[in-house]
Design a protein around this ligand. Structure first.
Ligand SMILES: Nc1ncnc2c1ncn2[C@@H]1O[C@H](COP(=O)(O)OP(=O)(O)OP(=O)(O)O)[C@@H](O)[C@H]1O
Ligand SMILES: [Mg+2]
Length: 244
């Protein structure tokens, strides 16, 4: 049985979608069978950092409603073990039948090593839909105080949902700024009340790669791409030092 990983945040725009794509492609490069599910119902965009915006992709509702089977998905053109389901656009998260979604995730768990659920911002229906089906949660924050506070709040909501396997990704870290603010990554962890699985530097290649329609790991091996590869190794249980 594979592992279901929800990628969540409190605050919007912290890099959930970018990190989901980069970590998932890193795992696929290592030969893992990976399914990425865009759970941002109505505002999907995970296809972009996966380099799939010109492909026609099934949505998770196509599977939940029984019209298609997971076996009918096409693999990613660059990564034969990576698959993708987009989010439906003409719906909102409250419309999604949580039981049917759960059934779809259960079937996916049987066929894939890792199933990534890229959630919308906030702690509302989409957050809960993704979180409730997850074995492990990656909570993505920036190092700025508002984002850290929101991550802490999201962590509390997750604990109330009975979720314990939660790890923090501190994204867009600018070392110079962090030292100027007299803030350490330990402070961020303490404030959010959660252990860390990775720190990712501020890296213009994240936006550039998406603009070129290429997965980040095809665009560069350094910076955020290298950080995502390290997180992918930690997810697989390899002891990799946490560094920028
Ligand atoms: N490490 C990084 N360095 C520089 N830019 C980044 C980094 N990570 C993400 N970004 C940029 O930040 C913006 C928001 O990223 P992304 O869409 O992944 O966030 P999100 O948390 O999924 O947003 P939303 O809450 O709207 O779903 C994008 O323009 C992306 O290119
Ligand atoms: Mg997103």
């Amino acid at each position: 049985m594979g592992e279901v990983i929800a990628v969540l945040s409190g605050k919007g725009g912290t890099g959930k979608t970018s990190m989901t794509a980069a970590i998932a492609t890193a795992l696929a490069q290592e030969g893992c069978r990976v399914l990425c599910v865009d759970c941002d119902v109505g505002l999907r965009n995970l296809d972009i950092p996966l380099g799939l915006s010109d492909e026609s992709c099934l949505s998770f509702l196509d599977i939940c409603q029984g019209g298609y089977r997971l076996g009918s998905l096409n693999p990613h053109p660059l990564y034969p073990s990576l698959y993708f389901l987009t989010a439906p656009v003409n719906h909102c998260a409250e419309d999604i039948d949580a039981d049917a979604f759960g059934e779809m995730v259960l079937s996916a768990r049987r066929e894939f090593d890792y199933v990534f659920l890229d959630a919308p911002a906030g702690v509302d229906a989409g957050f809960r839909l993704a979180a409730s089906k997850a074995d492990r949660i990656l909570l993505v924050t920036h190092s700025d105080p508002g984002a850290v506070r929101d991550a802490g709040r999201a962590g509390q909501v997750l604990e109330l949902m009975g979720k314990t396997n939660i790890r923090l990704i501190v994204n867009r870290v600018i070392p110079r700024l962090v030292s100027h603010m007299d803030l350490t990554i330990d402070d961020v962890m303490d404030e959010a009340g959660l252990p860390l699985i990775g720190i990712v530097p501020e890296d213009p290649d994240v936006t550039l790669a998406a603009a070129f329609g290429k997965p980040l790991l095809e665009h560069t091996r350094r910076g955020a791409a290298a950080a995502a590869r390290r997180i992918a190794k930690r997810i697989q249980g390899m002891p990799v030092k946490i560094e920028l």
